[in-house]
Design a protein around this ligand. Structure first.
Ligand SMILES: [Zn+2]
Ligand SMILES: [Zn+2]
Ligand SMILES: [Zn+2]
Ligand SMILES: [Zn+2]
Ligand SMILES: [Zn+2]
Length: 345
């Protein structure tokens, strides 16, 4: 369940216009000088009771927005440790989140953080994340995808801390997501796997990864909860990256034959953005977004009215047009493509 703070919420007959986050986090709504209830939509003590019941279902942005609505809500949100045991920062807050703000948010769980997920949080430094890991022994899930301020060595240290404190009461790290980090060598990846697989995680290590196909830069289906680490050494180039399987029926049949399999990272095997099939020279069709499409996907997707090139569905969506309307692609309009891409390293 997710409620956009920019929409009007109607609860128990009370219309609440949740305000957008003050100056986009001003920052993150953690400014203690800003009193809760400023411009509140409610009279003191009149916060609709239903709002308290939806809190566990809201994301970070919604919680931070509601904090500013009334002092009652602010107290309820900040005082409930369970709301802060899973901290997930993604678009749009990720690019603005600073070290100090992350420390503030993580401290709300009072050392009981279980899941820390920081997607493309490019302003964060590794020392602060390491400090948070140290302060939260119960941390089981760590997602640092494309946090470019975090080195592979820092990830090693964090996993080591959690591994060494593992006990019957402390599970240690059971899930690590590090796609898009710099410097993860096959040796480092092996050390991470070894540490995470030891002792308590036997059952998880026995799980054979199911195939993941390529779909708009993401694995499809998504990496399962049981998989310890999202990346693996690419069978072709040995670089630690997401590895994709092939949707082409003849390639699928060869999945278990090491020298013939069509498995590899996005750099080793070009794949259709839409259906994940491997692209060979004859099958390639030119696109306005410079990504690969197979012939059949190219034929069905909308084309730019000027250059007659198709684009992948992600870029079509970014142009904010319907599938049937006439449009000009960014390059025909002389505009650089926006940052709509997936995480690549
Ligand atoms: Zn590769
Ligand atoms: Zn295709
Ligand atoms: Zn293939
Ligand atoms: Zn065009
Ligand atoms: Zn595209």
């Amino acid at each position: 369940m997710s409620i956009s703070p920019t929409k009007r919420l109607s609860m128990e007959g009370v219309d609440v216009e949740a305000r957008t986050i003050s100056s986009e986090l001003g920052n993150l709504g953690l400014d203690s000088s800003k009193e809760a209830g400023d411009g509140s939509s409610f009279l003191p003590g009149t916060t609709p009771e239903a709002l308290f019941y939806v809190l566990p279902y809201l994301g970070l942005k919604e919680l931070l927005t509601l904090e500013t609505v009334s002092s009652q809500l602010r107290e309820a949100i900040r005082g409930d440790v369970t709301l802060w045991q899973q901290l997930h920062v993604d678009v749009p807050l990720n690019r603005k989140l600073t070290d100090a703000e992350l420390v503030g948010l993580s401290s709300r769980s009072h050392g009981r953080l279980q899941s820390l997920s920081l997607i493309k949080c490019i302003r964060l430094s590794e020392s602060v994340i390491e400090h948070i890991v140290e302060a939260n022994p119960m941390l089981q899930k760590l997602n640092l995808s494309a946090c470019t301020g975090v080195s592979a060595e820092a990830v090693l240290r964090m996993v080591k801390i959690q591994t060494e404190r593992r006990s019957p009461h402390i599970p240690g790290l059971t899930q690590l997501r590090i796609r898009g980090l710099y410097g993860v060598t096959p040796e480092i990846l092996e050390s991470l796997q070894r540490m995470m697989q030891s002792e308590g995680n036997h059952s998880a290590s026995d799980v054979i990864p199911s195939p993941h196909y390529y779909k708009n830069g993401e694995p499809s289906p998504a990496i399962s909860e049981e998989q310890l680490i999202d990346i693996e050494a690419c069978p072709k180039c040995r670089t630690a990256r997401l590895v994709f399987d092939c949707t082409r029926p003849t390639c699928e049949q060869r999945r278990n034959i090491p020298l013939q399999q069509c498995r590899g990272c996005y750099l080793c095997i070009a794949r259709c953005e839409e259906c994940g099939v491997c692209i060979d020279g004859d099958d390639y069709e030119e696109t306005f977004c410079m990504e690969f499409l197979c012939q059949s996907c190219w034929l069905r997707l909308p084309k730019c009215s000027e250059c007659n090139r198709a684009g992948c569905s992600r870029h079509i969506e970014a142009l904010d047009i319907s599938e049937t309307s006439i449009f000009s692609c960014d390059s025909c309009q002389g505009v650089l493509p926006g940052d709509t891409g997936p995480i690549f390293d």
